[in-house]
Design a protein around this ligand. Sequence first.
Ligand SMILES: [Zn+2]
Ligand SMILES: [Zn+2]
Length: 151
Amino acid sequence: MRIRTQCKSCGLPFRDVLTRDTEVVGCPGCGESRAVDLAGWPEDAPETVTFCPVCACKHLYRQRDVNRGFGCLLVAIGAVLVPWTYGLSLVLLAGVDFWLYFKLGQSVVCYRCDTVYRDARPGPRQGEFDLLKHDVLKYGKTWQEVDLAGS
Ligand SMILES: [Zn+2]
Ligand SMILES: [Zn+2]
């Protein structure tokens, strides 16, 4: 399981790979390490993350991990080829982009510690990013406080 996370002490973002033997995730910058709870990454369903193994938070959301620049490039190529393909290239490459966007590159992200589980497939309960939920979980705001700030 490839992950992308951020050190809590020095703030350095780094990548790591979780294996079945991983016990801690260590920061390459300051050496700070965090215990990993592999129960959140079930052995019988290795493509899912039920809770964040790094911080034990149960709230996760799905994120499309596709490089948007790449998608734009595809559409741009399609546009350039329009005079020779009577517009078909645009449709085709936009379709490829669309397919990539929805079928590939979905990953699971933890609301609390922002760790990205790049090889995970989001479960049905792991929906789109919700800013309200994010603020509540991350900054400890209560639902009421968020309501007041929003009005
Ligand atoms: Zn660090
Ligand atoms: Zn987490």
